[in-house]
Design a binder for this molecule. Sequence first.
Ligand code: PAF
Length: 298
Amino acid sequence: METLRTVGELHRFSEAVRGRGGRLALVPTMGCLHAGHLALVAEARRRADAVVVSIFVNPTQFGPGEDFESYPRTLEVDLGKCRAAGVDAVFAPPVEELYPPGASTTVEVAGLSEGLCGRSRPTHFRGVATVVAKLLCAARPDVACFGEKDYQQLAVVRRLTRDLCLPTEIVGVATVREPDGVALSSRNLRLRPDARREARVLVRALEAAEALVAAGERRREAVLAAVRVELAKAPSAEVDYAELVDAASLEPAPELLRVPTLLALAVRFPSREGPGAPPVRLIDNRVLRPECAAEEPS
Ligand code: PAF
């Protein structure tokens, strides 16, 4: 496995794969790799001849007071995991390599970036879109894999790829969960132990909503009320948002749900680092399918 530090090295790696007639897959990450990332790598390996994983804690997607400083950095362990997973190259550049002095170009995906996480993190998706565009331009992969846990991010990445005429196929990979249903996230490591137990309320809220819709409930407010009941079972949780939006446009869902609808949750929990530390913000989601479910109860 090669470790690449510069954009030039990444270009040369990509050209060499293509020169052999091979297909290249990119798995962008911020490191602290867990089974969710390894599922992305496995999918990438199924779809290409060579896989490059980028490991870069992207400063521009963190807002003031967020957890950029405390975000876990575990490069040596991550390299071992990538090697064991059959990754061909890891791209782990220093910040100046992707943001050279004077860098002034950003990518903004209007509309899709504004609701949900974009409301409480107004600069987040500009940072994500900018770094993903850089990675796609630098690696020129045939395919790139992203987790469906970050549903809005996946939508933003698909849109920017289409709008910028980038030739990469964007593939979404299903969320990997702990045995108790909590979605895997590098941030889970920062949860206070009681908050880690309480984090189960996210998946329970998703399941409650899914069960209601499957039983024929179509009223947006009734579904959201059931979600709030579940979330309220976690005393340490502070809900950032619990929203129903159109699964394609991310526009607010109508009063009566008819088409695939995303239930998106973001909840803050206390960190194990103590009250002065930034809280741990977890997200999760599920696409509800009222169009496939039972008829509405009469
Ligand atoms: O999902 C992530 O880990 C990051 O947002 C990404 C896509 C690697 C961009 O920094």
